[in-house]
Design a protein around this ligand. Structure first.
Ligand SMILES: [Zn+2]
Length: 421
C-alpha cells in the first residue's frame, strides 16, 4: 500500500474472492472486522460495488460483476426471510449474523433502482454494551457527574443537539442509563426505536397503526410519566409538548437538530415555543459531534505551524508542539483511524440564564452568553483532542469548518509532514 504524505487514505477496492455460497458471509465478516456501521451494495448494469461506512465515512470496498452482487442481495433476502421471488418490490427486514462469539443484528433494505438495477443497505445495529456505558461516549468524569446531577432533578428539559450522524441518539439512550428509572415511570416516543431500553415504555411512531407523533405524545402524557423521552423534536407540536411537559413537573429528554447549543435553543424558538416558556423549562443542552480516533499504530507526528498554533490559542487551547496525521497500516485496515469519540458542548442552564432567555434573545447573543459562562464549544473540545494526539486537525476541520472559520485563522490542510515537503 502506498504511503505518500498528505491525502486521506482508504483501503484499496478489490474484487471479492469467496465461494458463491459464502459471498454475504464474507462481506459481513469484513464489515464486522473493520467496524463498519453500514454496508451498501449497488448494481449498475454489468458492474457493482460494495461500500462500507466506517466511522462515518463511505469507502468503496469491492468492485465486482453485477451477477456476484445480485447473489449477495439474494442471500440477504434469504437471511431476512424476504420474498425471493418479488425482486421488483422494495423490501425491508432484519436478520442476525453470528460467527464465533460475535453476533450482530442487521436491518436490511432492498431497493429496485432504475432501469433494472438493485441496491441494498445493511445497517449493523449497535450492540447494547456499546451504548449503555456513558463512559464510552467520550464524556469526562466531571461532565458525566454534572449531567447526572441535572438528570436527578425532578423536572426540566434536557436537549441533545447535533448534526445528522453526530451520535445524538446514542447519547440520548446512554443518558437513560444515568437515571434511576426503577423509581420513575419513563416513556419514550421514537421513530424507530433502535434498541430496547430497560425500564422504559417505548412507543414507535407508526401512522399505519394510528400512532402519529402527536397521538403518541397525547397517549404517553396520560400514563402518568415522570420521564418523557422524545426521539427527535422536528415539528412545532413535539417542541411545544416537550417544553410544556418539562414546565409541569416532568423530566424531558429529547434530541434536536442544531450545530451547537445556541442553535438548538434557537431551533426550539423556531418551532414556535415562546422564549418565556423555554426560559422556564430548559435545564441543559448537550451539543455534540463525533471525531474519528487516529490509529495509534500508524499516526505520524509533525510540527505545528505558526497559523495552527494561533488557531489553538484563539480557541483557548494550549498549542501543542506536535500534532498527528493519519497514515495507513494493517491494524486500522488502511483507514488511518479506528473508532470515534464524542466531543461535547455541555451547557448547564440556571434560573438566571432562564430569566435572561425569557426576554427573547437572538442566536448570536445566546452563543456569546454561553461562551461568557465558560462553556466550551464542541470545536474547542475537538481541538483539545488534537492537542492530546487523539485525532487530527484535518478531521476537526472536516467537521467544524464553519465554526473554525469564525476564528479566522488560515488552517494548513495539506497535512504534509515537514520531512515529506
Ligand atoms: Zn493504522
Amino acid at each position: 500500500m502506498s504511503d505518500s504524505a498528505g491525502k486521506e487514505r482508504t483501503p484499496s477496492s478489490a474484487g471479492l474472492d469467496a465461494p458463491p455460497s459464502e459471498l454475504l458471509a464474507t462481506v459481513m465478516q469484513e464489515a464486522v472486522t473493520e467496524g463498519a456501521t453500514d454496508v451498501h451494495v449497488d448494481t449498475w448494469g454489468d458492474v457493482a460495488m460494495v461500500r462500507f461506512r466506517v466511522d462515518g465515512m463511505l469507502h468503496e470496498r469491492h468492485h465486482l460483476p453485477a451477477a456476484q452482487a445480485r447473489r449477495i442481495i439474494n442471500q440477504v433476502r434469504v437471511a431476512a426471510e424476504l420474498d425471493v421471488e418479488a425482486t421488483i418490490k422494495p423490501a425491508e427486514g432484519q436478520f442476525r449474523w453470528s460467527k464465533g462469539e460475535v453476533t450482530r443484528d442487521i436491518r436490511a433494505t432492498i431497493l429496485p433502482t432504475a432501469p433494472r438495477n438493485e441496491a441494498t443497505h445493511l445497517r449493523l445495529l449497535t450492540t447494547p454494551q456499546d451504548w449503555r456505558d456513558a463512559e464510552h461516549l467520550g464524556l469526562l468524569a466531571d461532565e458525566r457527574q454534572a449531567i447526572q446531577n441535572v438528570l436527578n432533578e425532578t423536572h426540566g428539559l434536557a436537549l441533545i443537539a447535533g448534526p445528522t450522524g453526530s451520535g445524538k441518539t446514542t447519547t440520548l439512550y446512554a443518558l437513560t442509563g444515568l437515571e434511576d428509572l426503577v423509581h420513575r415511570v419513563a416513556v419514550s416516543i421514537e421513530e424507530p426505536a433502535e434498541f430496547n431500553l430497560p425500564h422504559v415504555r417505548q412507543l414507535e411512531v407508526n401512522p399505519k397503526r394510528g400512532i402519529t407523533m402527536q397521538e403518541g405524545l397525547r397517549l404517553l402524557l396520560r400514563v402518568d410519566p415522570d420521564v418523557l423521552i422524545v426521539g427527535e423534536i422536528r415539528d412545532p407540536h413535539s417542541a411545544s409538548v416537550a417544553a410544556q411537559a418539562a414546565l409541569t413537573g416532568r423530566q424531558v429528554l429529547a434530541t434536536i437538530h442544531g450545530r451547537d447549543a445556541a442553535a438548538a435553543i434557537h431551533a426550539m424558538h423556531y418551532f414556535a415555543v415562546p422564549y418565556y416558556i423555554l426560559g422556564g423549562a430548559l435545564r441543559m443542552v448537550i451539543a455534540q459531534n463525533l471525531v474519528r480516533r487516529l490509529c495509534r499504530a500508524c499516526a505520524q507526528p509533525r510540527a505545528v505551524s505558526a497559523a495552527e498554533s494561533r488557531l489553538f490559542g484563539q480557541a483557548g487551547v494550549n498549542p501543542p508542539e506536535k500534532v498527528f496525521e493519519a497514515r495507513s497500516c494493517s491494524s486500522c485496515n488502511g483507514y488511518g483511524y479506528r473508532g470515534r469519540t464524542g466531543v461535547f458542548e455541555i451547557a448547564l442552564l440556571d434560573d438566571e440564564f432562564g430569566l435572561w432567555l425569557a426576554d427573547g434573545q437572538p442566536q448570536p447573543e445566546i452563543r456569546k452568553r454561553l461562551g461568557a459562562m465558560g462553556i466550551k464549544s464542541a470545536a474547542t473540545r475537538a481541538l483539545e483532542k488534537v492537542a492530546a494526539g487523539e485525532t487530527s486537525l484535518r478531521e476537526v476541520a472536516r467537521l467544524f469548518w464553519s465554526t473554525l472559520a469564525d476564528v479566522r485563522v488560515p488552517l494548513s490542510l495539506d497535512g504534509s509532514a515537514p520531512a515529506g515537503g
